[in-house]
Design a protein around this ligand. Structure first.
Ligand SMILES: C[S@@+](CC[C@H](N)C(=O)[O-])C[C@H]1O[C@@H](n2cnc3c(N)ncnc32)[C@H](O)[C@@H]1O
Length: 423
């Protein structure tokens, strides 16, 4: 549906038709997309569809960008389509995965490095003075035996692989076995201990993770290859002094839904990205902990945001502050996307609505208003089904997806695909 400034105010976004073309295709995603768990992953086929849609609309797509690139779904697909990719994410675990996915590795070299790692591991003696033993969070999540084994493995990767690109492949494998090897409650989006869990064996997990990743890498052989430039930065801080992108394809964070820094704390601590994962919450759009200048923000909010924020204020003041911050950040995001796009370029956002204690958090409407007010034209809004959540649209008290309503919280089982063009 094509939306204009005249009709977005009165439009009920929930009545927009579901467009089959944006629902999941039967085609299996490339195995590289499954090498590492990542919350709110983008459906891979959307990138190719977005590129086709842009090209059919006479946009000459040479460079694709994803400003919240997460684990690199758009990056991987853009490169596969022979495009140049530019992306960023504030989360260093995300960019490690995205960089790994965007590379093609020579399997024989992977095997050689893998053998080096295993022989280093077998002879490695752990240094009990290592800082990792002093980290309280590490001790909270892992027992002593697992800390010893993980430290041996990490040392073996760093000593056994002297090429940075290949080392990242194995560090990515290391990162994805941390949760199964810890006391972290499996599949939970809330960091919590499972008192009944038997953490998995480190070496066995690593071996099967590397095997899976090597098989996935074989899918890449013979693909048309573009190139990827992936940056670990806060998009809001990126200085965009010229237009260099033809198409932005992205899915912004949801407000107060996932705490990305908290969810990846095992990886950030083990890989040495920080000693205190909480510092990574700063700047993360949508984080409950990222909210300042409420009084200043309130005046800068657009109409849709003001409406939502005023409804929420009497219900939960703390949450309202982060929701207001989220909307300000999204307004800045749209402004920067406009600047980075070449004239006649396009952008495609995938975004969902949610609800908090009866107040509708209408992110799609807010984003549409931002696009229209920024000067984008031909704004189209479609609705799609999120296939893996159709049967489990609720979250239980532990944050796991659930089928039964009960006391669970409803999460989005549909989302919006919003396309717009720069003049
Ligand atoms: C919905 S996820 C994107 C998932 C991605 N499409 C994928 O397939 O993995 C949103 C991402 O925005 C990132 N993010 C949040 N605030 C950011 C900021 N200020 N700058 C850059 N990235 C940010 C989060 O770390 C998260 O990875």
């Amino acid at each position: 549906m094509n939306i204009t400034i005249d009709n977005y105010r009165t439009l009920n976004f929930d009545t927009i038709d579901i467009q089959e073309e944006w629902n999941m295709t039967a085609e299996r995603e490339k195995r590289m997309h499954s090498i590492h768990a990542y919350p709110a992953k983008f459906p891979a086929f959307i990138t190719t569809k977005a590129i086709h849609k842009a090209e059919e609309s006479d946009i000459s797509v040479k460079t694709v960008a994803d400003i919240f690139c997460g684990c690199g779904t758009v990056a991987y697909e853009a490169v596969r389509n022979g495009k140049h990719f530019w992306g960023c994410d504030i989360n260093p675990v995300a960019t490690l995965i995205a960089e790994t996915k965007s590379q093609s590795y020579d399997d024989e070299i992977l095997e050689e490095y893998y053998n080096n790692i295993i022989s280093c591991y077998n002879t490695c003696v752990v240094n009990k003075d290592d800082e990792i033993y002093k980290n309280e969070r590490i001790r909270y999540w892992f027992d002593d035996g697992h800390i010893d084994e993980l430290l041996k493995l990490k040392t073996a990767i760093c000593e056994g692989v002297n090429n940075e690109i290949y080392r990242n492949f194995f560090l990515c494998a290391f990162s994805n076995i941390l949760k199964p090897c810890s006391r972290w409650l499996t599949k939970s989006i809330k960091p919590q201990i499972d008192p009944n869990k038997e953490p998995k064996n480190v070496l066995v997990s690593f071996k099967s993770q590397v095997k899976m990743m090597r098989n996935a890498n074989l899918d890449n052989t013979g693909n048309t290859q573009g190139s990827a430039d992936i940056n670990c930065v806060n998009f809001l801080d990126v200085d965009i002094s010229f237009s260099f992108v033809d198409l932005v394809v992205t899915s912004p964070p949801y407000v107060t839904s996932y705490e990305y820094a908290d969810l990846h704390q095992l990886s950030t601590l083990w890989l040495g990205f920080t000693n205190d994962f909480r510092t990574l919450r700063e700047g993360t759009i949508g984080s409950l902990y990222h909210a300042d200048n409420f009084n200043d923000n309130i005046n800068k909010l657009n109409e849709t945001a003001q409406d939502i924020v005023s409804k929420m204020y009497s219900i939960d003041k703390r949450k309202t502050r982060s929701v207001a911050q989220y909307y300000i950040d999204m307004q800045t995001t749209v402004h920067k996307v406009y600047k980075m796009l070449r004239s006649n370029g396009g952008c495609l956002f995938v975004i969902g609505n949610t609800e908090y204690k009866g107040v509708k958090i209408d992110n799609a409407k807010h984003l549409t208003e931002c696009l229209l007010k920024e000067g984008f034209i031909n704004v189209e809004v479609d609705r799609r089904k999120i296939s893996n959540k159709i049967l489990t649209p609720y979250r239980d008290a532990n944050g796991k997806f659930a089928k039964i309503k009960g006391s669970s919280r409803k999460i989005y089982s549909e989302e919006f695909v919003i396309f717009a063009r720069k003049k």
